[in-house]
Design a protein. Sequence first.
Length: 88
Amino acid sequence: MNTIVVYAVSSLLRILEFLLFARAIMSWFVQESTSQIYEFLCLLTEPLVQPFRSLLGRIDALRGCPFDLAFMLAFLTLIALEQVLYML
């Protein structure tokens, strides 16, 4: 039973990693204002990124950063959670 739960959670984490990666790649290209795929990716991944964005928004030095650190932290957190899961 334990391995089934680990496999299911691991699969969910990998899917979320893929969605974040796809969103990052799509953000490099010019998007039409009504890109439904990009909007769908944002809809799925923004709940993961938003807590990091609100945390980093409290730090004045990071407000003008040209990189989306919240996005990177969300991605790295998913990877860390997956590694912890494999250690169990």
